[in-house]
Design a protein around this ligand. Structure first.
Ligand SMILES: C[S@@+](CC[C@H](N)C(=O)[O-])C[C@H]1O[C@@H](n2cnc3c(N)ncnc32)[C@H](O)[C@@H]1O
Length: 183
């Protein structure tokens, strides 16, 4: 099983209709579509991205699936997540997803960085409800990716978060999935 499939399967065990979720890296919208399928019709996905082209692709995908009404798309950096998620959802988020790196098929120079990722992960953890799940898929093959993955692991240890780590293979540049559960 590939790591994005593992992330989806871990989330499926923990998500239910009506839940509130975050997709902190919307990209082409695969993860938001997956989340919307699980929580529709009454739940909500808050999805963020800094790239207008990604937002356009994602919106088309969600429209085609008839699920756009369940997803609030926010064109902003995920370091602003606290201000951009309405206060009534703070502490009520069941699932949050990060799929780090750059947009496949897009501009590879526009990508997540360890500074903004760590900054926003701390905020997203606060937004979760107790027992909520935070899934972070890290790609180590691009410049800065290995450092970002290491920093996410270090953050989990430093914060004493409860987490599991999965590695694609023994290859040092294979992807890493980190799944955090809020206590
Ligand atoms: C690997 S892609 C995400 C894939 C996506 N989850 C999907 O299902 O298609 C990473 C995305 O993160 C976005 N991104 C990079 N830095 C960001 C930031 N600071 N805040 C929000 N999104 C960011 C990029 O624009 C890119 O679309």
């Amino acid at each position: 099983m590939r790591l994005f499939e593992l992330a989806h399967s871990k989330i499926k065990e923990n998500i239910k209709r009506g839940d509130f979720c975050i997709d902190a890296t919307l990209g082409n919208g695969h993860d938001s579509l997956f989340l919307a399928q699980q929580i529709s019709p009454h739940g909500r996905v808050f999805a963020m991205d800094i790239q207008q082209s990604a937002i356009h692709q994602a919106r088309c995908k969600l429209d085609a699936a008839g699920l756009a009404k369940c997803v609030t798309i926010i064109h902003d950096c995920h370091t602003n997540i606290m201000e951009r998620i309405p206060v009534q959802y703070h502490g009520e988020i069941a699932i949050a997803m990060y799929n780090l790196g750059y947009l496949p098929g897009g501009d590879h120079s526009i990508k997540t960085t360890h500074e903004s990722t760590i900054n926003s992960l701390l905020k997203t953890y606060e937004l979760l409800k107790p027992g909520g799940l935070l899934s972070v898929l890290c790609y180590r093959g691009h410049d800065g990716g290995a450092k970002e993955s290491d920093e996410v692991g270090k953050l989990c240890s430093l914060q004493n978060w409860s987490f599991e780590k999965f590695q694609g293979s023994n290859d040092p540049v294979s992807p890493v999935l980190i799944v955090i559960r809020k206590s």
